[in-house]
Design a protein around this ligand. Sequence first.
Ligand SMILES: Nc1ncnc2c1ncn2[C@@H]1O[C@H](COP(=O)(O)OP(=O)(O)OP(=O)(O)O)[C@@H](O)[C@H]1O
Length: 355
Amino acid sequence: MIRLEGITKSFDGKDGPVSALDGIDLSVAKGEIFGIIGSSGAGKSTLVRLINLLERPTGGDVFVGGERVTDAKGERLRNLRRSIGMVFQHFNLLSARTVAGNVAYPLELTGQYGKYEIAERVSQLLARVGLTEYADKYPRQLSGGQKQRVGIARALACEPQVVLCDEATSALDPQTTGSVLDLLREINRDLGVTIVLITHEMDVIRRTCDRVAVLDRGTVVEQGTVVDVFLHPRHPATLKLVREAEPDGGWLETAAAADLGGRTARLTFTGPTAHKPILGRIARENLVDYGILAGRVGHIRETPYAQFIVSLSGRDVAGAIAGLRASGVDVELQRDADEFPPVGMQLSERALHVV
Ligand SMILES: Nc1ncnc2c1ncn2[C@@H]1O[C@H](COP(=O)(O)OP(=O)(O)OP(=O)(O)O)[C@@H](O)[C@H]1O
């Protein structure tokens, strides 16, 4: 649906050009929810604005729906922008227009619809975002979550194939964030709209997206399914974002890591294996014990997961590892006991030392 090839973008700064993006290659498939995550200044907004050509790349090409649009102008550019809705962090609603007037605005701009057609479409859109009763209110009379629902209805007005969300939930409290993310998922499921969502919060990605790209200083440092990137973060920028998403409900760590003397392994249970009583059976069959050094359990969208870093010791450690793998557990082994990082190092950094 969207393909970025070799994208570079630099801006004129007062001390010469400032590079915002450097060699980006990305593809977003039709109908998926694709997340782009990175810390402040990583280049997320610039990247998302290149997709609807609010910014033009310095180098490389942008493809939408299989068509190269890098140099699109005039009517072609207007059509492209109509096929791509956008949702903004600070809603960008017109304060002098009612809720209905805001949603009608992009339809009016096309000059292609009559008054009654617009009224009909607006009422369908407001029903979809749950704001039918608010049609005649003004933005100042709405909560943040309601304003963002208006923003989403407006983004859908021209029946786009793609919706770009630029930090759409960053100005909202956690509960409202949840309901706006649910709405985006519903729209994706019901209308088949492709969604590209940029955020600095891993939790937004975990709850919403199918795939994710991690942006760091203008380059994509990691990309893949959310399950893989979230459970097996490899780049330091990703590790940092994952840890930020789990302030206390995530990794539970113990200090005795180096003293247990066993084989250190990271065990990941996802999907159907997440709740199965596998560990005890394997321990009994192979006469092994587990010292749990760290752990986290939760969901990535609907997929349950559990992940532990354990020290394995006892009679048949190799047999236990084979048994875990045969039961569908992903087992990553620390390469060499001497490589185990000092106690006190973050366990997610330790995770880099496993193979
Ligand atoms: N119009 C511009 N002129 C000059 N530099 C710019 C411009 N827009 C972005 N930049 C620079 O490009 C880099 C990437 O900025 P961008 O806004 O894309 O990052 P971001 O990841 O969206 O950050 P944030 O989350 O803080 O919005 C930054 O160094 C920024 O200062």
